[in-house]
Design a protein around this ligand. Structure first.
Ligand code: FES
Length: 157
């Protein structure tokens, strides 16, 4: 059995073989291997008894397969319907204005990349964004700015 497969087995044992654990297992693979290979996704599907399409679907919001270099901190704003209705545009506009970049771009200092993503499962608490693995819910433009500040400070330390 490959290292990847062993890792997946361990993660499935740890998080449980249910659909709700899929994200945690995928994150575990990425934490260890830095990206999610097609092979790993197939193995996750096998070990969790879910369809490969399900795994790809879950992984896609996270742009795991991105080959474009990203900033040290990656912001992902949920663009799916609940977050859209809760005001994600306002959040994106505030982030774009503050960071002086558009969605899909990285700041000149390489500190932040701004991306959109699909539903992350916190729909009742939108608008939602991730900064790296940290989740920020019920955002207002002000709350989003406050969240950003932590990453500016932490990378300057
Ligand atoms: S719609 Fe944004 S988290 Fe589900």
């Amino acid at each position: 059995m490959s290292n990847t497969e062993n890792l997946i087995k361990e993660l499935v044992e740890k998080h449980g073989k249910c659909r709700n654990s899929l994200m945690a297992v995928l994150q575990g693979v990425v934490a260890k291997e830095k990206y999610l290979s097609e092979d790993a996704m197939k193995k996750v599907a096998e070990h969790m008894d879910v369809s490969a399409a399900d795994v790809y679907g879950t992984a896609s919001f996270y742009t795991f397969l991105d080959t474009v270099p990203r900033g040290r901190n990656v912001i992902r704003v949920c663009q799916t319907i609940s977050c859209d209705m809760a005001g994600k545009d306002e959040i994106i506009e505030a982030l774009e204005a503050t960071l002086k970049i558009k969605v899909g771009e990285t700041t000149h200092d390489g500190n932040f990349s701004l991306l959109v993503a699909n539903c992350m499962g916190w729909c009742h608490m939108g608008p939602v964004m991730l900064i790296n693995d940290d989740v920020y819910t019920e955002l207002t433009p002000q709350k989003a700015m406050e969240a950003l500040e932590k990453y500016v400070v932490s990378t300057n330390n």
